[in-house]
Design a protein around this ligand. Structure first.
Ligand code: NAG
Ligand code: NAG
Ligand code: NAG
Ligand code: NAG
Ligand code: NAG
Ligand code: NAG
Length: 282
């Protein structure tokens, strides 16, 4: 009796360990890469909302979207995450591109310089590293910089007349990005619990393992059953694409001190022109 149950217990445990380790292993597979850009002002708003004394760091060039991360993902699931513990974050490898990262992959949350990059590398980069094109920090972060310039949302939205300091519907924003890319994005909003106001927050675009644009349709998240539009933003009502922090959160953006490097702005301007020409002729 006693023996029987011990043996069953043992068998169950062995089975459990076997299944779990197989699952763990398999869970490192992924289908596509989500490239997520966020709007710094909304990120700041969320950050300040969690604690009043939080301060924000904005990218030196105004009115650009910045990189949140490149996230390998299995369709219909979150993750995988933290795929390879032996790929330690090494800040030395980012030194050559550090200034660009501060500009385009800014840690809006005021914290230590490497916090966001270390987090993104450990959680997502170690999974993306399954691809030869992304198997080192310099490649992973370099790819983020390439994409944020090529697919800068301030420009893409701007082409359709979508500008900060206005209200839009999910369909308007989603359509603008879809029209530019020819692929389906995902648009995310966040609600400010202090005012119940909804703000445009993040835009995700997706790439296959050849780093070619692809639809984000299968990724986890809410979509509108009627249109298939992937968004958690309100579908009927408008939301804010903010240009200043609401008064509840302190000073307007223009009075928040931020470092000025400025040497990349000519590059950004050139990219605006190139993107506009591409758009005109496409
Ligand atoms: C998956 O698990 C097996 C057995 O546990 C192991 O031999 C193999 O190296 C693992 N593969 C990966 C990619 O972790
Ligand atoms: C994790 O990274 C190490 C160091 O680059 C590499 O040798 C190893 O194959 C990787 N493991 C997996 C499961 O990818
Ligand atoms: C970090 O990378 C640098 C340059 O590639 C290398 O010299 C150094 O040994 C690495 N440090 C660690 C802790 O791996
Ligand atoms: C974060 O903000 C606080 C208060 O504004 C400031 O004292 C601190 O130096 C900042 N930390 C960093 C790393 O910028
Ligand atoms: C926000 O909405 C919640 C629930 O609908 C309501 O209880 C709360 O009073 C609202 N707050 C404001 C500031 O409108
Ligand atoms: C990537 O490109 C290769 C060669 O062009 C092709 O065979 C393969 O199917 C592509 N993979 C994906 C995921 O598109």
């Amino acid at each position: 009796m006693c023996n029987f149950s011990s043996i069953s217990l043992l068998l169950i445990s062995v089975g459990y360990i076997y299944i779990c380790s197989a699952k763990q292993n398999k869970s490192h597979d992924w289908d596509i890469l989500i490239f997520t850009q966020h709007w710094p002002l909304t990120v700041c708003l969320q950050w300040k909302e969690t604690q009043a004394q939080h301060s924000c760091i904005f990218p030196p060039v105004k009115n650009i979207w910045t990189v949140h991360g490149i996230w390998p993902t299995k369709l219909g699931k979150w993750g995988p995450e933290y795929c390879n513990v032996s790929l330690h974050f090494n800040k030395t490898q980012l030194e050559p591109i550090e200034q660009e990262l501060e500009q385009y992959w800014t840690d809006i949350h005021n914290g230590s310089t490497y916090k966001l990059w270390k987090h993104e590398w450990t959680k997502h980069g170690t999974c993306a590293a399954a691809l030869h094109d992304l198997d080192m920090e310099s490649k992973y972060f370099g790819q983020g910089l390439k994409w944020i310039n090529q697919y800068q949302m301030a420009n893409i939205l701007g082409m359709s007349g979508i500008q900060p300091n206005n209200r839009y519907t999910a369909e308007t924003v989603w359509n603008a990005v879809q029209k530019w890319l020819g692929k389906n994005p995902a648009v995310q909003c966040t609600v400010d619990p202090k005012t119940n106001e909804t703000y445009l927050f993040q835009i995700k675009i997706c790439f296959d393992k050849n780093l070619t644009l692809t639809d984000c349709d299968g990724i986890k998240g809410t979509s509108d059953p009627a249109t298939g539009i992937k968004t958690n933003c309100p579908l009927k009502e408008t939301f804010v694409y903010p240009s200043i922090l609401p008064p509840e959160y302190g000073k307007p953006l223009d009075t928040i001190e931020r470092p000025v490097y400025g040497q990349h702005s000519w590059l950004l301007e050139a990219l605006h022109v190139i993107q506009f020409l591409q758009w005109m002729t496409s």
